[in-house]
Ligand binder design. Sequence first.
Ligand code: CIZ
Length: 300
Amino acid sequence: MTTQETAEKIQRLKQERNAVILAHNYQIPEVQDIADHTGDSLELARIASKTDYDVIVFCGVMFMAETANILCPQKTTLIPDPKAGCPLADMIDLKKLQKLQAQHPDAVTVCYVNSSAEVKAHSDVVCTSANAVKIVASIDKPIIFVPDRHLGDYAAKKTGREIILGPGWCPTHYNIDPDDIRDLKNKYPDAEVVVHPECTREILALADHICSTSQMIRAVAASSAPRFIIGTEQGLLHRLKKDNPDKEFLTPGPCLCPNMKKITLDKVLRSLETMEHKVVVPEPVRTQALTALERMLEYV
Ligand code: CIZ
């Protein structure tokens, strides 16, 4: 079957199943192109929470599909490849979180959306890269921030809050070499540097814009710069190039999340054909995690 034929079959089946396809900005171009909505975790969580469709096909990694199921358990949430995990999310588990909470009993726990449902269930509030600074700024107490220590460190710096950092980092963003950004900037001084807050401090210090992927899309659209150095997963380039054909995008080496790339068009089709793989967060974890997610959704 050609890509076009697969895409057409997906569209037909999607209607039969009354399904909506949500795709993260890091998905491969073919998957982004057949999606009803693309976005960052915050946008996709908001869309999932309000959807009228019976089925959500979540093209992203497992914690994102779990978030959709936590927000709307009455719908069927499918992930085309259940092995699409997140190493950052795996860097904190309940035991490690409870140890931190026992060491800092007066602290409020803010958990990045890149975490398991169980960790969310034992946190006070969830955040994404789009709203971490806002949420941290609103808390006037010590904060345990898990799992991403780079995002937590960035939020601490922006807000002056006391933050106990969790143990995690994103291998994809961690591997970006600051020298590659410096080299590109020397070669193209008119380029703006746009990076994700999961990057290291050294990289953040080189940036003109530090933001989530959807905020990057808006920042690039609003800028008159002719070119941009993009410090995040390369899936975002598809949308950036599509929206800005007259602008140039440069990357500091390959920045690739192998888990995001596990979702293919064939797997999306199979998912709709077989109604697999269902993502169901068990109770009472779901309800507890919902409280922390709903607190986040109240913020924006
Ligand atoms: O918040 C998200 O969706 C992540 C993990 C990255 C981004 O900024 O889109």
